[in-house]
Design a protein around this ligand. Structure first.
Ligand code: SF4
Length: 345
């Protein structure tokens, strides 16, 4: 379910060659493990289109084909049984060709995402507005939305992507006032891990906090598994979804007794596939540590010789500092099993 009261859905996109079926399936399975709920694959040629049925039958989440320029690739993807198609109607060539795709999608009940991109706006809009801007992107999207509606096709999602946060936020705000369709949010080509995550958190965060956005993708250069993890961090920070472990870690100071950064990072890695919404606190000393550690589902506070482990406010263990990671990971997995507190939101 997308849109309305459904939870904001987390998407990602593979970066493998789609015609390399085994590698692509492998990557999608990795994405599924960290909570990816829909996956997009590039379909740049017929080989990729022909790989879609094998990919679709091997995965458990909706498959979306990303098609540019060629109508026959869109038709092949629809025929292959994908759940969704992402096109930028402006680069398909002509209105008649776009209509061919729409009519085919109608027959199979395939969702179409109209994906407008600031980097590929129509010439007349660039002339009218002088440069890619929010107003031009919205006008481009509306042009196609109204056309699709005239063809009696409303199985739509819309995205308006720009690499600039301000343009993205303004364009989605404008469009959200005008159409009822689910909106897919993303800051395109956001960048490398750190800056990309920051840009996405700000751009998507502003919109999501205003109630705008039904599906999200965090675009990062690198492993798409990280995109999904960052997406959940954004949703969790906004209290919109609570999937997986939230690590709370102190910044450390001169009182610190253990390597908090290393412990927190290792735990985050080791627990990345745990879906229970638990908080795990890693605190460096006995001054502020116990207080914070007590409030978490599982917490640890460093001491001179040993570290104290808490579970829901009670001391449940005292371990040597080199055993903290193993002991904490074990406790978290055990608690998760006991409570089976899978996603509640
Ligand atoms: Fe410093 Fe202790 Fe606070 Fe960490 S918990 S920042 S080590 S006082």
């Amino acid at each position: 379910m997308i849109g309305g009261d459904a939870p904001v859905l987390v998407q990602s996109m593979t970066n493998t060659r789609t015609d390399d079926v085994a590698t692509t399936i492998n990557q999608i399975h990795e994405l599924e493990k960290v909570g990816c709920e829909a996956v997009r694959v590039a379909v740049p040629n017929l080989e990729a289109a022909h790989a879609l049925p094998s990919i679709k039958s091997a995965i458990g989440i909706p498959l979306i084909a990303d098609v540019h320029f060629r109508v026959e690739l869109a038709l092949a993807a629809i025929e292959a049984g994908v759940d969704g198609l992402r096109i930028n109607p402006g680069n398909i060539g002509s209105i008649e060709r776009v209509r061919t795709i729409v009519e085919a999608a109608k027959k199979t009940n395939t969702v179409i995402r109209i994906g407008v991109n600031a980097g590929s706006l129509e010439k007349d809009l660039l002339e009218k507005y002088g440069q890619p801007c929010a107003e031009a992107m919205v006008e481009s999207a509306l042009r196609y939305i109204r056309l699709f509606e005239r063809w009696n096709f409303k199985n739509l999602k819309i995205s308006l992507k720009a690499s600039n946060v301000d343009t993205t936020v303004t364009s989605y705000r404008l469009l959200a006032e005008k159409v009822p369709y689910p909106l897919h949010l993303g800051i395109t080509e956001a960048g490398t891990l750190l800056y990309g995550a920051v840009k996405s958190a700000i751009g998507l965060g502003i919109l999501l906090a205003e109630g705008i956005g039904d599906t999200i993708r965090v675009s990062l250069a690198g492993d798409p598994v990280t995109e999904v993890r960052v997406a959940y961090m954004i949703l969790r920070a906004l209290n919109l979804r609570r999937r997986g472990i939230e690590i709370i870690a102190c910044p450390t100071c001169g009182r610190c007794h253990m390597d908090v950064a290393q412990i927190a990072t290792k735990l985050e890695e080791q627990l990345a596939e745990v879906s229970c919404p638990l908080t795990v606190a890693v605190m460096g000393c006995e001054v502020n540590g116990p207080g914070e550690a007590r409030q978490a589902d599982i917490g640890v506070a460093g001491g001179k010789e040993i570290a104290v482990i808490f579970q829901k406010g009670k001391i449940v263990g005292r371990v040597r500092k080199d055993q903290v990671i193993t002991a904490m990971a074990e406790k978290v997995k055990q608690l998760c099993k006991e409570e089976s507190r899978f996603e509640s939101k």
